[in-house]
Ligand binder design. Structure first.
Ligand SMILES: [Zn+2]
Length: 350
């Protein structure tokens, strides 16, 4: 486990982009620049054969600029500035070359890097193949999870994501529904300048299965009586991280005979959530604030429990709700001049 963690840590900090810039001289060809950039000739051959648009690279014009971008010591992108206005851009996504004639590339390239990928397995695997690193993918996952369940992505769903360095600027998702969201001062809005998303994360942990659902009449395995179970029980291994499903204030952190180690968080609009049977607490304290997604404790079997699981409750002013069915939405809309600047800004993401 430790080894895997270290590898992930390494991946998340290890995207080094390096530009190799050339001015075409008499007698030069692309092969020479690839050699100088220490990129194998097989990459060059695949690139040239990937599209008819690359024909332009067979006869480089003297005096024109050419840039080869390497990421993690591997070929990532080639830009041939063949005219004042247009450039030929060949970018490698996973194993596929994407070739385009781009207008005013040098202006655009400072704005963002675009990554595009199709789902064949899952967000992390397919996104990783497109050149995104682990922390970038975590960011994408966090934002898009507010709109869709990322474990239910379908084959051939398409993602276009836009980054400036490690900053996620925009996500365009084309799947069962179209979701386009844009980072505007740290919050993600849709194309109409609205933020609408679930107030609570879909789940408080990465669980194995739901061992007991929400019911008003359940046979209790220890008490041997029928009692309501106004919560969801998520079976998971001991020590699995439990996170706050929404931001709020910790109003309970302690031991209870039935619930074991328990945390309760008070959220906006009269809501609160309860996390029970924890093996231990994370570094949180009663009265302190926690952020959505923050680890608050670890799965265990303390209190009245027959095995490792998380007992999770959602309440509103004392009334219990089924967290799988009751999904309150948050919304906010930009207005006036801010909305106008936002609308202009999001047109940059193509
Ligand atoms: Zn329970």
């Amino acid at each position: 486990v430790k080894k895997i963690f270290l590898i992930l840590l390494f991946l998340s900090f290890s995207v080094f982009a390096k530009n190799h810039d050339f001015v075409v001289k008499s007698g030069d060809n692309l092969g020479k620049y690839f050699q100088k950039s220490k990129i194998s000739q097989s990459v060059l051959i695949n690139l040239i054969n990937s599209s008819s648009k690359t024909k332009r690279l067979n006869n480089l014009k003297i005096g024109k600029k050419l840039r080869i971008v390497k990421e993690n010591n591997k070929f990532k992108k080639l830009v041939y500035f063949y005219s004042g206005k247009y450039s030929l851009v060949v970018e490698l996504y996973g194993t596929k070359f994407n070739t385009n004639f781009v207008k005013n590339y040098s202006k655009q390239s400072q704005k963002y890097t675009k990554y595009q990928f199709k789902i064949s397995k899952n967000l992390f695997r397919d996104g990783g193949k497109s050149g995104l690193n682990f922390s970038q993918l975590q960011n994408i996952n966090k934002e898009i999870s507010k709109h869709i369940n990322t474990s239910k992505l379908r084959k051939n769903d398409v993602f276009q994501v836009f980054f400036k360095g490690q900053d996620l600027l925009a996500i365009k998702y084309f799947g069962r529904k179209k979701i386009h969201i844009f980072n505007w001062n740290g919050n993600f809005y849709n194309q109409d300048g609205k933020v609408v998303y679930d107030m609570f994360l879909a789940k408080p942990l990465n669980y194995k299965r739901i061992s007991s659902g929400f019911s008003y009449n359940r046979f209790h395995p220890i008490l041997k009586t029928y009692r309501p179970h106004r919560a969801i029980d998520y079976a998971a291994n001991k020590g699995v991280k439990v996170f706050a499903t929404a931001s709020g204030k910790v109003i309970r952190k302690g031991y209870h005979k039935a619930l074991g180690n328990v945390v309760e968080i008070k959220h906006a609009y009269g809501y609160s959530t309860v996390y029970a049977h924890l093996s231990k607490f994370a570094k949180i304290y009663k009265g302190g604030r926690v952020k959505q997604g923050q680890t608050i404790g670890y799965v265990g079997s303390t209190g009245r429990s027959t095995g490792n699981h998380l007992h999770y409750e959602l309440k509103n002013n004392g009334k219990y709700f089924n967290p799988l069915k009751h999904r309150p939405k948050l919304n906010f809309k930009l207005k006036g001049a801010e909305l106008r600047s936002f609308t202009k800004y999001i047109k940059e993401f193509k």
